[in-house]
Ligand binder design. Sequence first.
Ligand SMILES: Nc1ncnc2c1ncn2[C@@H]1O[C@H](COP(=O)(O)OP(=O)(O)OP(=O)(O)O)[C@@H](O)[C@H]1O
Ligand SMILES: [Mg+2]
Length: 190
Amino acid sequence: MHSSNITEEFQSKSFGTFEKEDLHPDVSTAHDLAYEYTKNFLNIRKSRMNSIALLGQPGCGKTHLLMAVSNNLIKRGIEVIYFPWVEGWTEICEDYKLMPERVRRLQRAEVLFIDDVYKGRDEPTKTQREQFFAIVNYRYMENLPMLISSERTIAEMCQFDEAVGSRINEMCRDYKAIINKNMELNRRLK
Ligand SMILES: Nc1ncnc2c1ncn2[C@@H]1O[C@H](COP(=O)(O)OP(=O)(O)OP(=O)(O)O)[C@@H](O)[C@H]1O
Ligand SMILES: [Mg+2]
């Protein structure tokens, strides 16, 4: 658990602790998709469309649902590495000597959960661009699944890097939910 960057808080997020009453249809769809993905994982994991993306509105449960997916896979003995975008890059960039090894680990993990892709108002840095492409392209070539959450749509990702955005789009084609921006769905504001 520790080596996957998975905390106790993370472990508490499950489908069981996700309230399903009175959900907005967009969130309900995201829940059902995450649940289906978990159920079908073993059948699809080696295929091209083996990944899931939950995109859009902040605070509506995207990370919670992908943590639920992760916890379920880990219980079944599948390795999941958690890479929170902002903290993950800070760690990778703090030691350039360790960078190749850290990036290699993200490339090769059985399942990689990238949380909050392209977070922040700024453009990604040159290092982020290069290394993120290296990670996504490796996983694309090797058919290794990714769990992706982001406030951004695929089109917005493509504005930063079309090579990355289009690979993510293809890998998540069967399991992609977009929760349209609607502040009422932000549970942190309730
Ligand atoms: N349906 C739900 N039932 C129970 N808790 C929920 C539900 N939806 C969200 N939460 C909780 O609300 C908080 C915010 O959710 P979460 O972090 O998953 O949002 P997010 O969509 O990933 O937001 P951001 O884009 O800002 O990262 C978390 O503590 C999460 O566990
Ligand atoms: Mg989140």
